[in-house]
Design a protein around this ligand. Structure first.
Ligand code: AMP
Length: 219
């Protein structure tokens, strides 16, 4: 049976960073809806051009576009043993669609680690976020600075501030999260799948706890 992990948390909580660690430890491919959209935008696909208009305002991309993009990604051969989903689902409707989709792959959502943090922590973290242009590796000017200023430690490419990490958009993204994504927490809580983790700690403390609860590391 494949294993599907849905990583939930507000923007800026360190979801992307944690997802990369968990993916390496478990061997499950890291599927980030945000990264998939950014790839489409970079390649100027029809989906990318459409999605960009929503993303740059901090709004959610409509469900039909998002769900079909994820469906295609989950069909890929590297997902035979499951996947680690980051940024999808973001609404209860997307979660219902995911349930239906996973039935087709003879699986279900097995774990939903929820990394939480206060809005103050989120604003501070997003404000300093730097992203690598080549592969989307993330840094923070204060909490996780690169070894060489402006360059990615892993591939040497330039670091930049994502358009949606600019101050005006950050506020909107956090608002959108509380309005539209918090119901997802309730959705998974009701199904007994939600496992809350305090995200206001070091990267390593958070990843150790997530790996413990998904059963990769012994307590
Ligand atoms: P992220 O990298 O996860 O912060 O996503 C960046 C942006 O992509 C979000 O602010 C949304 O505009 C869009 N996006 C990512 N995932 C989804 C999703 N599951 N549903 C709708 N929009 C999404």
């Amino acid at each position: 049976m494949p294993t599907y992990i849905v990583l939930i948390g507000p923007p800026g909580v360190g979801k992307g960073t944690q997802a990369k660690i968990i993916s390496e430890e478990t061997g499950l491919p890291h599927i980030s809806s945000g990264d998939l959209f950014r790839e489409n935008i970079k390649n100027k696909t029809d989906l990318g051009l459409l999605a960009e208009t929503y993303i740059n305002k901090g709004e959610l991309v409509p469900d039909n576009l998002t769900i079909s993009m994820i469906r295609e990604r989950l069909k890929a051969t590297d997902c035979v043993n499951g996947a680690l989903l980051d940024g999808f689902p973001r609404t209860p409707n997307q979660a219902e669609e995911l349930e239906k989709l996973l039935v087709q792959f003879h699986g279900r959502v097995n774990h939903v680690p929820y990394i939480s943090a206060s809005s103050e922590t989120l604003i501070e973290r997003l404000g300093g976020r730097l992203t690598c242009r080549a592969q989307g590796h993330v840094y923070h000017s204060k909490y996780n600075p690169p070894k060489v200023e402006g360059k990615c430690n892993l591939d040497g490419s330039d670091l930049y501030i994502r358009d949606d990490d600019k101050v005006e958009t950050i506020q909107r993204r956090i608002q959108v999260y509380f309005d539209q994504t918090s119901p997802l927490i309730e959705y998974y809580h009701k199904r007994g799948l939600l496992e809350e983790i305090n995200g206001a700690r070091s990267i390593e403390e958070v990843s150790t706890e997530i790996l413990k609860l998904i059963g990769t590391r012994q307590a």
